[in-house]
Design a protein around this ligand. Structure first.
Ligand code: CO
Length: 137
């Protein structure tokens, strides 16, 4: 099911400061932040080899990432795995009793199709599955 680690998501208080940190100290090339209204976040990415790091700042305190920051502070938030066929992966997981946050794919940053698996069903790690437009012709 899993093709590769697509990105690691970091929850940050200030996406501009976090982006500058990785640019200045690690030579990262961080993209333009994109607001995803539905999730209450602004997000951006930088490449690390074949994978990426996603910086995520909440736009409202009651969004899932806002609540995460309040409870746990900044840090590692989720892993995103790239899959070939998101719909099929979700159906398979559901059949096998894995707890999902999103039973249907939704549109994430950059127009990708994505869905979250509940951390309770994944040994404590919030897990995102991503299908890239290019994967499905
Ligand atoms: Co993500």
């Amino acid at each position: 099911m899993l093709k590769k680690i697509y990105h690691l998501g970091y929850a940050v208080e200030d996406i501009t400061a976090a982006a500058r940190f990785y640019e200045e100290h690690f030579g990262a090339r961080v993209g333009e932040p994109e607001e995803i209204e539905e999730q209450g976040i602004v997000a951006t990415m930088f490449e690390v080899g074949e994978s990426m790091v996603e910086l995520v700042q909440p736009t409202r305190p009651d969004s899932p990432v806002g609540k995460f920051l309040e409870k746990r502070g900044e840090g590692f938030h989720h892993v995103a795995f790239q899959v070939e066929d998101l719909q099929a992966s979700l159906e398979e997981l559901k059949e096998n009793g894995v707890e999902l946050i999103d039973e249907e794919p939704r549109i994430g940053a950059g127009g990708t199709r994505m869905a979250f698996v509940h951390p309770k069903g994944a040994h404590g790690v919030l897990t995102e599955l991503v299908e890239l437009p290019a994967d499905k012709g």
